[in-house]
Design a binder for this molecule. Structure first.
Ligand SMILES: Cc1cc2nc3c(=O)[nH]c(=O)nc-3n(C[C@H](O)[C@H](O)[C@H](O)COP(=O)(O)O)c2cc1C
Length: 193
């Protein structure tokens, strides 16, 4: 059976080709210590045979959740392809080399933000406080050509064991293809819409 991850990659490239605004959006859900779900958007940075890669802040709640409950599920919607994709699996760390490559591609302001060392998702005095802090560091580092990799900038890869493609149809006769990774390889089922 064809590996559904390669189909997913082709569809991702196709969403980019069609200039879908949500081509890289991945709504990722994980659970906390009380088994409460949390969902948020992350941007797909890599998508290959190994899975879906994204970057985040080591200090954020989701990283704690990944560490304690490795199984997560994410959802992608590509309106230009009239397609929803659900992907579930386990989270693992992204190789450091890839993280370094992605850091270099990051806009300078976004690199500066990481260098502030803020704890992601924790309260700050005001939005202006943030702008002032970024502005001050930008000024201080005006002559610094390269911003070093921030220790809190980390990457993860969701390694899929379950992928469902839902081809949305105005008639609601949606085609739902579920791929599950079993010991012998990927198995396919068609689901009722
Ligand atoms: C379009 C969009 C893209 C985002 N991309 C990322 C991302 O790649 N990594 C990230 O950590 N947060 C990203 N965020 C912010 C997250 O959705 C979330 O607010 C933040 O990571 C905190 O999540 P947590 O408190 O569950 O850890 C993005 C938000 C939006 C709206």
């Amino acid at each position: 059976m064809k590996n559904p991850v390669s189909s997913l990659r082709k569809l991702w490239l196709s969403a980019h080709g069609k200039k879908d605004d949500t081509a890289d959006y991945f709504l990722l859900a994980s659970v906390d210590g009380r088994k409460r779900p949390h969902v948020r958007t992350v941007l797909i940075k890599t998508l290959g045979p190994g899975g879906i890669g994204f970057v985040t802040n080591r200090t954020g709640p989701k990283v704690w959740q990944f560490k304690h409950f490795k199984t997560v599920e994410g959802c992608i919607v590509w309106p230009k392809l009239t397609l929803q994709v659900r992907v579930a699996g386990k989270i693992k760390s992204m190789p450091k080399k890839t993280v370094q490559k992605l850091w270099k591609r990051r806009p300078r302001e976004a690199q500066i933000l990481y260098q502030l060392g803020l704890k992601q998702s924790s309260p700050i005095p005001s939005y202006n406080y943030l702008l002032e802090k970024v502005g001050a560091l930008q000024k201080e580092w005006k002559k610094k050509r390269k911003i070093p990799l921030a220790p809190n900038y980390v990457g993860f890869v969701l390694v899929p064991t379950l992928i469902e493609f839902l081809h949305h149809n105005p008639t609601r006769l949606n085609k739902r293809e579920l791929f599950e990774k079993k010991k012998g390889g990927w198995q396919k089922k068609i689901l009722a819409p």
